[in-house]
Design a protein. Structure first.
Length: 340
């Protein structure tokens, strides 16, 4: 008999750390992970089985299928925004072809055990593409279906995968002679910039905010690559993880969409710098604008409308801007480097 488990791809990344810990804390300890690299020992001991390899390795996916009954997939594996711009073909292979492989994997599982497989997918504000800063200021809070014209490979990948998920959930093989009653239950959150006190920023285009904090706590100089007036939505990593778990637990009949905006606060880069300098008065935080990366951030909304998530499944972030910095980010990151 195969064993029913949760599968987490890209489990060693920023979101995966918190997700594994939260699942185990809630009593869901039957977790299987798939990542290119081995998990840190502290994470590895929390999971039932750890697979090391690519999401594009069909034989590895078949092996997982043969050993386990997957009832939930958290598909976190991705090539992030900055690196995707340098290697767009690889980004497509990982972000799109990898997601398609996982959706097919989940569909086969659903057909095998006669019920939908829950599929949680983190998308991004990179799925948006506003034409200029003036439009960005004018439109304010952007809804899910507006300005879906991304300017980055990562954003294109994410937007297309949102639509792939919607297809698998609602229209899979719609011309087949026999209807597919057990489609994938695809649910997606469109994350803003995520800020973690636990994991080090990994080079995302929105990472200028956490990079400021980590550099200041280490006593290292940091030159921010966006303008002081740059404004995009953010949320803390704990709120991001909780949102995934909350959406996973929501009754299917209450959901009106397959993809939902999320946000908690949207400070300017200067406001972030002010908070960091208040906590670390001696920090050397300057500006060195990277016009190319600035152009990407300028194409993202300064705020998003997340009313659908709040209405459909009760999304309510615990941290606003002040609490995120004063109660979570600053004290946790300060303690992290004090022990080093």
């Amino acid at each position: 008999m195969r064993k029913p488990v949760v599968l987490i791809t890209g489990a060693g990344g920023e979101i995966g750390h918190g997700l594994i810990e939260q699942l185990v804390a809630s009593g869901r300890d039957s977790i299987v992970t798939l990542d290119l690299n081995p998990l840190e020992p502290s994470l590895a001991r929390l999971v039932r089985r750890e697979f090391t390899g690519s999401i594009n390795d069909a034989r590895l996916l078949d092996r997982i299928l043969s050993e386990f009954e997957i009832d939930t997939v958290y598909h976190l594996a991705a090539l992030l925004s900055t690196r995707s711009e340098f290697t767009p073909v690889t980004a497509h292979q990982v972000n799109v072809e990898g997601t398609l492989s996982l959706l097919e994997f989940a569909q086969h599982e659903a057909e095998s055990h006669g019920r939908p497989v829950l599929f949680l997918y983190p998308s991004s504000i990179a799925a948006y593409g506003l034409p200029d800063v003036e439009t960005k200021h004018r439109v304010g809070r952007v809804r899910e279906d507006d300005h879906n014209t991304p300017t980055t490979m990562y954003g294109c990948n994410k937007l297309y995968c949102e639509q792939l998920g919607r297809y698998y959930a609602q229209f899979y093989k719609q011309l087949a002679a026999e209807p597919h009653n057990h489609r994938v239950d695809f649910r997606c959150v469109r994350f803003p910039g995520l800020i973690s006190a636990i994991t080090v920023p990994s080079g995302g285009t929105s990472d200028y905010a956490p990079e400021m904090i980590h550099a200041a706590a280490k006593g290292e100089p940091y030159a921010c690559f966006v303008r002081p007036d740059t404004r995009i939505p953010f949320m803390t990593m704990p709120d991001g993880v909780n949102a995934l778990l909350q959406l996973a637990a929501a009754p299917r009949e209450r959901l009106t969409r397959t993809a939902y905006n999320l946000a908690a606060f949207n400070p300017s880069a200067e406001e972030v710098r002010t908070e960091v300098l208040h906590a670390f008065p001696g920090a050397e935080l300057t500006w060195r604008i990277d016009t190319k990366r600035q152009g990407i951030v300028d194409s993202w909304p300064e705020a998003v409308d997340d009313s659908a998530a709040r209405a459909d499944w009760g999304f309510a972030p615990a941290y606003d801007f002040a609490h995120a910095f004063h109660d979570y980010l600053i004290p946790t990151i300060r303690a992290r480097y004090a022990r080093a």
